[in-house]
Design a protein around this ligand. Structure first.
Ligand SMILES: Nc1ncnc2c1ncn2[C@@H]1O[C@H](COP(=O)(O)OP(=O)(O)OP(=O)(O)O)[C@@H](O)[C@H]1O
Ligand SMILES: [Mg+2]
Length: 373
């Protein structure tokens, strides 16, 4: 069997699926903007949006539909599945993945530990929660946020009011600001029949609510790692994911709590390209194509990934400086330069995690410094 895989989206996740697909000889077709990064690598691009019309055009050209982001017309995905198209992940999985409130409702019912939360649409609702849990709080848009856009830490009623005004009556997810010790992520590949492959938990390091660094394996106790991995399996089964699933977790007071999930390859898994026997991108394709999954074992003792986030200059102009760092894998997505935008990442594998981190940070810093002198 050699299914053509249709990917909704053409960003960096599709861009990193493309070489894995090419190696396996799996044809790809994208529903994307022809200027998107992945369109540089995939010949077959449908120029369109992830609405009913775009998704139907994609479905007519592929055997399996998958996504690189959740913001698709889920009703159409459901209709396509009912008409006999292979939609992986399913519409039901996507409905959970694109809504942080649904994630908490569903997964708490499956015994996944979740921090206290409520939904508020006005200041009174936020203040009632603060009355029970105190300030500061974290307010989140339940849908559509990424890289910390849609996440606000509020210290008092007046800053909460500003957020309530900004979202103008939409639901807000309200949580205490948790004393997070470490953030972890677990990546799970799952086939339609339920076979799973779980990657060792990674540590994710965020700055201003955006992921900056990832360490494989997470430098935490075996007990925490095992706990995280078992939550990953439980979530995959509860939401019936097919393809890659990323489960973001917090360690608070020695307990592992759910943060959020994504039903697709994820920034926390870029480190698997060099750090693992099979990358998350290859395992996503294998899973949605219902092919045997690849090993999730580490290739070496450890790997560190650092994101390249736009600062003073376009990283593509700084390539020589970055490649001057020993043994660094540079990935630049070909996205136009904008401060604060994820434009690429670098990964270093080494026997020593501190050495790996230092070289990865150095290469990433060189990519974003001011123009070459
Ligand atoms: N309740 C909380 N207490 C403390 N910090 C939090 C809390 N919720 C979120 N954060 C911080 O904000 C980050 C981003 O939150 P979240 O994952 O919900 O947002 P996102 O924008 O959807 O994330 P992503 O960058 O993964 O797309 C978390 O990784 C964590 O560092
Ligand atoms: Mg997150």
């Amino acid at each position: 069997m050699r299914p053509t895989i249709g990917i909704v989206g053409g960003g960096q996740l599709a861009w990193m699926m493309a070489p894995a697909a090419a190696r396996l000889g799996l044809p790809l077709v994208l529903l994307a903007d022809p200027d998107d990064p992945a369109a540089l690598l995939v010949r077959d691009v449908i120029d369109g949006r992830p609405d009913a019309e775009g998704l139907r055009r994609l479905a007519s050209r592929c055997d399996v539909l998958t996504v690189e982001h959740e913001l698709v017309d889920v009703d159409t995905m459901e209709e396509l599945a009912a008409e006999g198209h292979a939609v992986r992940p399913s519409a039901a999985t996507l409905r959970v993945a694109n809504d942080k409130i649904r994630q908490r409702e569903l997964l708490a019912a499956h015994g996944v530990p979740v921090a206290p939360w409520t939904v508020a649409t006005d200041l009174a609702g936020v203040e009632a929660f603060a009355g029970e849990h105190g300030w500061p709080l974290v307010l989140k848009r339940p849908r559509g946020g990424y890289d910390g856009r849609g996440v606000w830490v509020v210290d008092d009623p007046s800053s909460a009011q500003a957020v309530v005004d900004e979202v103008a009556g939409e639901d807000l997810l309200v949580e205490p600001k948790l004393p997070i010790e470490t953030e972890l992520a677990v990546l799970v590949a799952r086939r339609p029949g339920g076979e799973m492959a779980v990657y060792p938990a990674v540590e994710t390091v965020q700055e201003d609510a955006m992921c900056r660094e990832v360490v494989l394996p997470a430098p935490v106790s075996e007990q925490l790692t095992a706990r995280a991995e078992s939550i990953g399996r439980r979530v995959a089964e509860a939401i019936g994911s097919v393809g890659m699933l990323a489960v973001e977790l917090f360690v608070v007071d020695g307990e592992v709590l759910l943060n959020e999930l994504a039903a697709r390859p994820h920034n926390a898994g870029h480190v698997t390209i060099e750090g693992s026997v099979t990358s998350q991108f290859e395992n996503h394709l294998r899973a949605v194509a219902d092919l045997p999954l690849g090993s999730t074992a580490r290739r070496g003792p450890c790997a560190v990934m650092v994101n390249v986030v736009g600062e003073a200059s376009d990283p593509r102009d700084r390539l020589a400086e970055a490649l001057d760092v020993d043994d660094v894998a540079v990935h630049l997505y070909g996205k136009s330069f904008r401060p604060g935008r994820k434009l690429g990442h670098v990964t270093v594998t080494d026997a020593d995690v501190d050495r790996a981190r230092a070289r990865a940070r150095l290469a990433a810093a060189r990519l974003v410094e001011g123009p070459p002198s």
